[in-house]
Write a protein that binds this ligand. Structure first.
Ligand code: GLY
Length: 401
């Protein structure tokens, strides 16, 4: 299916203007950030930057996710080129990709999906240069190698060296949004084992992560022999049993893409149920709280990144849904969410870098609470492009009839 996006004329104008303003901010930043990459904004609105070379790994007992933000910046450069047709963005995109490329062999993290799906794949789609595709394929091979086979099914371990027992049993809901790299690699190379790994992970996550009320665990520890869930818990949410809004967003996003790529209606239905839960808990608010179950002062903390991930997923759900009226409904909801982000959270002041204010990277770690975050900015940009530049940032595929 390929339904038109149900955006109103005024939404289309707003989204195009926002993308143009974003491209201007990205160009200003390119001239000042040097060789590092934006991660999130500090309380004064300036970017905190990290080198692309910062890989994931244990430092003693403590796990560091490394720089999983760097690819998103390349995606923003790519979208800025599409919006402005100013070739300077293509030059920057290539230079930045040379810096990101060193991560294509990182064996320690599922985030390799985020890094290369947001950078090399759009860059290849836009330029046709096979260098980008080769990098994405190399990264997809690393992600596929994270598969763990159990009696109950197979999943991709989310973080840590595969030689480490702590790593093999770990799975995070975020991994669902890393699957697009595998589906792309399968289509591009003709090697179905990439898609098999992604599909297996989606099946296992449906069994291990989704609670009876349709909220999701952030992380699950599996028994690596039986595949049973040993425990469900959180790193970035309010509590182990709470509903972390971005985690729900990653799940919705991952099942929309899994439905689109496999053509399986069970994934489509699951994406709709998870999205139904999200919309119910949003309860008319324009921006989601970082956790739907947070209490006290924490209940006031917002996460625009969760809103951006869900908006992008729902606009895509509206494009691919086999039923025309459901398609229109999801597309309308997604566009309304995107409009709310543009109106309530776009950082129009020069002193605040990034696109979306009021994202929350991690409340428990007190990191990037009420900031712009690179992943929030990327999924916001992707959602804008789905409406303003349809099919130009990414291929518009669908296996759903
Ligand atoms: N690790 C992905 C996230 O912060 O949502």
């Amino acid at each position: 299916m390929n339904h038109p996006i149900a955006a109103t004329a005024h939404q289309r104008r707003l989204f195009a203007e926002t993308l143009t303003r974003l491209a201007a901010k990205v160009a200003d930043d390119e001239r000042t950030i040097g060789v590092e990459f934006p991660q999130l904004t500090a309380p004064d609105g300036s970017w905190v930057t990290l080198p692309a070379s910062l890989s994931a790994g244990y430092r003693g007992e403590a796990w560091s996710h490394g720089n999983w933000f760097c690819g998103f910046w390349v995606g923003l450069l790519c979208a800025s080129w599409l919006q402005t047709e100013d070739r300077k963005y293509l030059g920057w995109m290539r230079e930045r990709m040379h810096l990101v490329a060193q991560r294509a062999g990182d064996p320690n993290t599922h985030d390799i999906g985020f890094i290369f799906d947001s950078s090399a794949i759009p860059a290849f789609h836009v330029t046709g240069d096979s260098w980008y595709a080769d990098l994405a394929l190399q990264a997809a091979g690393r992600l596929r190698a994270r598969i763990v086979n159990t009696q109950a099914g197979s999943y991709l371990a989310s973080w840590g060296p595969m030689s480490d027992a702590r790593a093999r049993c770990s799975s995070a809901i975020d991994t669902m949004a890393n699957l697009p790299l595998l589906y792309w690699a399968s289509r591009h190379s003709g090697d179905g084992s990439f898609a098999l790994a992604a599909d297996a992970h989606a099946q296992m996550t449906a069994k291990g992560f989704i609670r009876p009320d349709l909220s999701t665990y952030h992380a699950v520890e599996y028994d690596i022999a039986t595949g049973e869930r040993v425990r469900g818990y959180t790193f970035q949410g309010f509590a182990d049993e709470s509903a972390w809004s971005r985690g729900q967003g990653w799940a919705i996003y991952g099942y929309v893409v899994s439905a689109r790529e496999t053509g399986k209606l069970e994934y489509l239905e699951l994406a709709e149920k998870l999205a139904g839960y999200y919309v119910r808990r949003l309860d008319g608010r324009k921006i989601p709280p970082y956790d739907f179950d947070a209490t006290g002062e924490d209940a006031k903390i917002l996460d625009t990144a969760a809103g951006a991930v869900v908006a992008s997923a729902l606009i895509e759900l509206g494009r691919i849904h086999p039923d025309a009226s459901a398609a229109r409904r999801w597309s309308t909801v997604g566009c309304e969410m995107l409009e709310n982000l543009c109106r309530e959270a776009f950082a129009s002041e020069d002193s605040h870098r990034g696109a979306l204010k009021h994202s929350c990277y991690s409340r428990p770690h007190r990191e990037g609470v009420d900031s712009a975050t690179m992943f929030g900015d990327f999924f916001f940009t992707e959602a804008l492009c789905r409406v303003v530049q349809p099919g130009r940032l990414r291929p518009e595929t669908s296996a759903l009839a």
